[in-house]
Design a protein around this ligand. Structure first.
Ligand code: NAD
Length: 306
């Protein structure tokens, strides 16, 4: 069992650290927010006064932070304090450029590192079923894999440094675009007098099938576990979807890739967020689309009763 430093004990970090404790690791945690430190202590994490002390004696350092600037700043602070054989794992969702910068800081201190962002949300973090998308050398991945296991349902080595972040933003660009596509189809179906259930029954077993429809259906009824059935309580908040779509657009611009639908999806989620829906599940975009089209609320209401 390893001594692991865990920096960033928020909505994701706390349950992830708790699963490492349950697996028998000794976890030294740090976060800027006292309430998150209290939760961590209740979960068996040894709470440390700062990040530098958290990495002392740690064989592995895991970060789960809001954005690239936080990761780069924490790496600058703690890499010089880490033991010479420590492995750095960043599981935050950040831009590819910052991810590569973080790898470079680790490398300058002779440390192995991987970027290993996740999908699966807070539910997956609590259940220990996250999908990890890892970027880094074979040697770093081989050391990281058993550490990630208690937090993971699936672990994929995507390639060299930054590849995990690249996979994450490409996947979430598909998700954002497909959720808008599925939502538009439901809004059109309402106008055409087609019930939600009828569209679902056809499209979920035909060429329109996808995760946004089959597993995470944006209208209440056809998929009882989807957030649409609990007033769009997240799930995966629209603000986080916007964050990932913006990261995809930054990467597309830097790499000179054409992503016109990704750009449009980012614009729509931006509008949805500025209208105060950042805390709603991202599938609530269906209500926004219904609102910006000439509304036929009567037929929509009838439809949801069917
Ligand atoms: P969060 O805001 O709940 O947690 C981030 C934590 O980092 C906060 O507790 C904050 O106090 C702490 N922090 C910030 N700067 C720090 C520093 N310098 N030192 C120590 N702690 C610091 O966010 P979250 O939902 O846990 O997400 C974390 C990361 O995971 C993000 O990059 C997010 O995009 C990604 N992610 C989130 C989800 C989700 O569903 N919440 C899903 C997949 C990926």
């Amino acid at each position: 069992m390893a001594t692991i430093a865990f920096i960033g004990l928020g909505n994701m970090g706390n349950p992830m650290a708790a699963n490492l404790v349950k697996a028998g690791h000794s976890v030294q945690g740090f976060d800027l927010l006292p309430e998150n430190l209290r939760t961590a202590a209740e979960n068996g994490v040894m709470v440390m006064p700062d990040a530098a002390e958290a990495v002392e004696g740690a064989e592995v350092v895991i970060t789960m932070l809001p954005a690239g600037k936080h990761v780069v700043s924490v790496y600058r602070d703690v890499a010089p304090k880490a033991g010479k054989d420590a492995l750095f794992i960043d599981s935050s969702t950040i831009d590819v450029e910052s991810a590569r910068k973080a790898h470079e800081i680790a490398r300058q201190h002779g440390l192995l590192s991987i970027d290993a962002p996740v999908s699966g949300g807070v539910g997956g973090a609590a259940a220990g079923t996250l999908t990890f998308m890892a970027g880094g050398s074979n040697e770093a991945f081989a050391r990281a894999e058993p550490i990630l296991q208690p937090m993971a349902g699936r672990i994929v080595h995507c390639g060299e440094a930054g590849s995990g972040q690249a996979a994450k933003i490409c996947n979430n660009m598909i998700l954002g675009i497909s959720m808008i596509g599925v939502s538009e189809a439901f809004v059109l179906a309402e106008k055409l007098g087609l019930s939600h259930q009828a569209l679902f029954d056809v499209a979920s077993t035909s060429s329109g099938q996808c995760w946004s429809l089959n597993t995470y259906c944006p209208v209440p009824g056809p998929v009882p576990a989807s957030p649409a059935n609990r007033n769009y309580k997240p799930g995966f908040a629209a603000a986080l979807m916007l964050k990932d779509l913006k990261l995809a657009q930054e990467a597309a611009q830097a790499a000179n890739a054409a992503t016109p639908l990704g750009a449009h999806a980012a614009q729509l989620y931006h509008l949805f967020n500025v209208h105060g829906h950042g805390g709603d599940d991202f599938s609530a975009i269906v209500n926004f689309l219904r609102g910006i089209l000439p509304a036929n609320t009567e037929s929509a209401a009838k439809n949801s009763e069917k």
